[in-house]
Design a protein around this ligand. Structure first.
Ligand code: B12
Ligand code: SF4
Length: 493
């Protein structure tokens, strides 16, 4: 069967001057400190690379193994104004659909890309009314009730959870006219009824590594890989939108991840490996063993880890630092208010932040922290406290990077599904606006949307000032060449 996989582009976001300035200095510092082993040429390639949608590429590799002909289409930064990107993508999709005439078209989409995915599905049907359209990914996995019904008005099938097995089974069922009733995670309409099958939490090691060969690139200077999927905390954080893994968790043998690093380095000259696991340190013994193996790799690579602060200690950081292979560790903090952290079931003692960041810096590794504004329970005082604390962490040199966004109540997150319980009034479901850079889609008991947005802009402005001062002091006036826009919209690390 001919199957087209589409990584749906996120809609253009009009950035404020404050945001533009923030990202400019953020990526200026990133290129110097984190991607420190990439040459100027590699940085440019990184900025212009096609989106590496690991989930779709993983589905692709399973389908190829089963003998299907797979096409992959993903957004690239393109050298055009951001508003033109969607039109260009539309054109490419049209050309590919006409030329190859696929029988199935699979869309992967974050919530903000849903309206675009819907319009592409319509386009595909207008070219070939018999084409089977399928939606999967984070929004599909979290949508229930009316949101799911709405999706099924635009797609023939919606798949919840991991897609490798369901898509392979669906392709086989359609080819051989078998029943689709037993396919996990599949949702469809039967007359006026909506059928929604429970997704299966399939193991991780059952699959070959993602088919990066389908990317339209010669090199991939930086790439994302995973050694585990899902989170051991099973989505307990109130704002968590990780609906994909059915609140389950699957790990992958470290040896397989090591093989994938070697393959990326050999075939795509990858020099920066970012471990996208929700918490790379989830099991201390496993983490120490994995880091040891990564440290021993005789490859010109550097790595970055994303972890939970509560899983981090000096022994692990010391091990990470041993080979000088790791330039950055990223920590999810969210708020500087202990009360807000507790209310949102983050399972974090704020005092750990300074302690762990201090250790990270002690061993010469950059610390990157994620913060949010607009969490359930947020007040003017807690938002102000978080801004002050982010600035203090940066100014004291305990933290190198801060990413600050507005919370979004994504379908499937507790704060969306039980909005009232968390003091949230959702104002609209214009999905294209469901991004942490946009004006809030909700109001809180103690903060209006405007107030939340103003805190966001204020925080970014202050962070950018500190970034700029630090960059000029350390690296002078010349800014590195990187396509910042692409890093922001298609996935900087
Ligand atoms: C990498 C990543 C990104 C990357 C690239 C994503 C991509 N398309 O390649 C970038 C940085 C661009 C990104 C951006 C954002 N992201 Co993001 N991202 C992730 C992250 C960390 C890992 C995704 C991944 O590669 N997983 C590994 C692969 C193997 O799994 P997968 O992608 O889920 O794919 C599997 C299934 O989803 C399914 N599947 C996927 N597509 C399809 C299609 C079909 C047809 C089928 C059947 C199945 C299927 O099968 C795949 C294989 O098993 C996840 C968190 C997580 N751990 O999942 C968040 C996550 C998906 N992102 C999230 C968010 C909030 C965002 C942002 C909105 C943040 C913001 N700025 O506000 C932006 C907006 C999107 C955009 N493009 O601008 C949320 C989801 C929210 C939502 N409902 O949309 C998540 C869950 C994080 C979280 N816990 O909140 N993201
Ligand atoms: S927000 Fe992060 S730590 Fe919390 S449940 Fe989700 S993935 Fe786990």
């Amino acid at each position: 069967m001919k199957i087209l996989l589409v990584s749906t582009p996120a809609p253009a976001v009009k950035q404020t001057a404050v945001e533009k300035n923030y990202w400019k200095w953020h990526y200026a510092l990133k290129t110097k400190l984190t991607y420190s082993n990439l040459s100027k040429k590699e940085l440019i390639e990184l900025g212009n690379a096609e989106n590496q949608n690991v989930g779709l590429l993983s589905i692709a590799s399973v389908l190829e193994k089963k003998g299907h002909k797979v096409f992959y289409l993903a957004p690239k930064p393109e050298n055009v104004p951001i508003q033109e990107r969607e039109k260009l993508f539309y054109k490419k999709l049209l050309e590919l659909s006409k030329k190859e005439n696929p029988q199935m078209i699979c869309f992967s989409a974050h919530t903000c890309a849903i309206p675009v995915a819907k319009s592409y599905a319509k386009l595909a049907k207008s070219i070939n009314p018999k084409i089977v359209t399928i939606l999967g990914g984070p929004h599909a996995s979290g949508a229930g009730g009316k949101d799911l019904e709405d999706l099924l008005s635009a797609f023939d099938f919606v798949v919840k959870g991991k897609g490798e097995l369901p898509i392979a089974m669906l392709a086989e069922a359609l080819e051989n006219k078998h029943s689709i009733n037993y396919i996990p995670g599949i949702c469809y309409r039967k007359g006026s009824k909506v059928i929604a099958k429970e997704p299966a939490m399939t193991g991780f090691s059952d699959y070959p590594h993602p088919a990066n060969e389908l990317l339209n690139v010669k090199t991939l200077p930086a790439a994302r890989i995973f050694t585990s999927l899902g989170c051991r905390r099973n989505g307990s954080c109130v704002f968590c939108a990780d609906t994909i893994h059915n609140k389950g968790f699957a790990e992958r043998p470290i040896a397989e991840a090591i093989n994938e690093i070697k393959y990326l380095h050999k075939n795509f000259k990858t020099k920066y490996i970012y471990f996208g696991d929700e918490n790379f340190f989830f099991d201390k013994e496993r983490a120490l063993n994995a880091i040891n193996k990564i440290n021993k790799l005789r490859l010109d690579i550097v790595v970055g880890y994303q972890v939970r602060l509560e899983s981090t200690d000096e022994e692990i950081i010391k091990k990470v630092a041993e080979s000088k292979k790791c330039t950055e560790i990223q920590y999810g903090v969210e708020s500087a208010s202990q009360e807000i952290l507790n209310l949102n079931r983050k399972g974090l003692r704020y005092k750990k932040v300074r302690e762990i960041c201090k250790l990270t810096k002690k061993y010469g590794i950059n610390a990157h922290c994620y913060f949010l504004v607009g969490l359930p329970g947020e007040t003017k005082e807690t938002a102000e406290l978080t801004i002050n604390e982010m600035c203090s962490l940066l100014e004291s040199g305990l933290v190198d990077f801060v990413e600050y966004r507005i919370v979004v109540p994504f379908p499937g997150a507790q704060m969306y599904d039980n909005a009232k319980e968390f003091g949230i009034k959702i104002l609209h479901k214009n999905w294209e606006l469901y991004r942490g850079e946009n004006f809030p889609q909700y109001e809180l008991n103690y903060l209006s949307g405007k107030e939340i947005y103003n805190f966001y802009q204020k925080g970014l402005k202050k962070i950018a000032e500190i970034y700029k001062k630090r960059y000029l002091e350390r690296f002078g006036k010349e800014l590195p060449k990187i396509n910042i826009l692409s890093a922001v919209i298609e996935g900087g690390f």
